[in-house]
Design a protein around this ligand. Structure first.
Ligand code: PLP
Length: 412
């Protein structure tokens, strides 16, 4: 008899975007003529840039000829891409990585979800709150997060990020074994300064804490003083794993490619305290058993964004999305909303007026303006009383959404 992993059952009824889709569908049934504008789900809308498309066509042609056909690639990824990453994403920031510290992935979701496999099930975990749900859910699935009680997991330590503390999480006053940080942040769109990040690195070094740093949105940073990588902070090589993704950087949500950095100095200790084990080695062992690499075509596509044309084209798309963010930020602020994020990230985090709950405001916005947002509470208890808007839409949709919200507000 096969028994199920009952930890999975703790997760049911907790899928945010399915709940949203259900509510939008109900609205559309009662308002068949109204077009809904979605500023909800965090998918991109602009196509791949020409440099990427050209590289993919070329890679497909190589696959079509016996002499240049590629089968299984190296599990860690092709050297051409890992070299491009080390040279373009890190060296200009004064970070020296060996290519064997870089693991090519099929995206940051898999790696941020899978990384917890290489540490013991009874490590304590800490997350900034609200947060990208993958970090917690992947720990729930193996029983590390405990049980859900009043919107919080019993074994998870939450670091609230709200308007009250300026979205700056407080360094814990106790030991936490693993901490997830995501900057620029999804969902709040806020960033962390070097000084604040240094506090986390120093905390981690003092407490032998493993930091899991998700940099999926680093390409959206506009302010030169904001760190793009945790390795800009001294000592981070000893305490942090960093995740990157081409999904938001270059519209790869459907192509699938990202990478994870695990420095050679990073280690964790055995239960009896007698040995320190290199996490780079453990992850390599894990990946070579469970992962067979990202497709050659996707890796050639990713390499292309580091060419001069690729860089310029990717920047153009990011500028387009950040232009949307600007328009939305200005419009909503002018309407009197309290708006956060949107300056170094493609997300705007909006305080609901009059203390309305996230879901109540979600419904009011849907029925009042035909605009879909994401209720903040779906990202954690400290998200209650906020909604998230994304800047990944078409310019015209953004403008129309702002017009509709304005009309609705004037009549409220
Ligand atoms: C979108 C996103 C990712 C990227 O996921 P992929 O699997 O690379 O598409 C990772 N982390 C966060 C916080 C995200 O929002």
């Amino acid at each position: 008899m096969a028994l199920v992993n009952e930890h999975f059952l703790k997760l049911s009824n907790n899928y945010l975007f399915a709940d949203i889709a259900k509510k939008v569908k109900a609205y559309q049934v009662s308002h068949p003529k109204q077009r809904v504008v979605s500023l909800g789900i965090g998918d991109v809308t602009q196509p791949l840039c020409p440099a990427v498309v050209e590289a993919m066509h070329k890679a497909v042609d190589e696959m079509a000829t016996k002499a240049t056909f590629r089968g299984y690639g190296p599990e860690r990824g092709y050297d051409f891409l890992r070299e491009a990453i080390v040279k373009n994403d890190f060296l200009p920031r004064g970070i020296h990585l060996d290519i064997n510290e870089v693991f090519i992935s099929d995206g940051a979701k898999s790696d941020t979800g899978n990384i917890q496999e290489i540490v013991r099930w009874d490590n304590s975990i800490g997350v900034t709150d609200p947060i990208y749900p993958v970090y917690i859910d992947s720990n729930v699935m193996i029983g590390r997060a405990g049980v859900l009680e009043g919107g919080k997991w019993s074994n998870v330590i939450y670091f609230p990020c709200t308007a009250e503390n300026g979205f700056i999480p407080e360094i814990p006053d106790r030991r936490v074994d693993m901490i997830y940080l995501c900057y620029p942040n999804n969902p709040t769109g806020t960033v962390i300064t070097k000084d604040e990040l240094r506090k986390w690195v120093n905390y981690a070094l003092r407490n032998d804490t493993l930091i899991l740093y998700d940099a999926a949105y680093e390409a959206y940073i506009q302010d030169d003083s904001i760190p793009h990588s945790i390795y800009e902070i001294k000592g981070a090589r000893k305490c942090a794993i960093e995740f990157h993704s081409y999904s938001k950087t270059a519209g790869f949500t459907g192509v699938r490619c990202g990478y994870t950095v695990i420095p050679k100095e990073l280690s964790a200790v055995t239960l009896d305290g007698s040995r320190r084990i290199e996490l780079n080695h453990l992850w390599d062992r894990r990946q070579s058993t469970k992962f067979n690499g990202t497709s050659y075509i996707s890796q050639r596509a990713a390499e292309a964004i580091y060419s001069p044309e690729g860089k310029a084209q990717v920047k153009e798309t990011i500028d387009y999305y950040m232009g949307n963010a600007h328009i939305m930020y200005d419009a909503l602020t002018q309407m009197g909303f309290q708006v956060f994020g949107g300056e170094n990230a493609p997300y705007l985090w909006v305080k609901t007026p009059h203390g309305e709950t996230s879901w109540k405001f979600f419904e009011a916005l849907l029925y009042g303006a035909g605009v879909v947002c994401t209720p903040g509470v779906g990202f954690g208890p400290s998200g209650e009383g906020y909604i998230r808007l994304t800047a990944f839409g078409d310019r015209s949709d953004c403008q129309e959404a702002m017009q509709r919200i304005s009309n609705w507000q004037n009549g409220r």
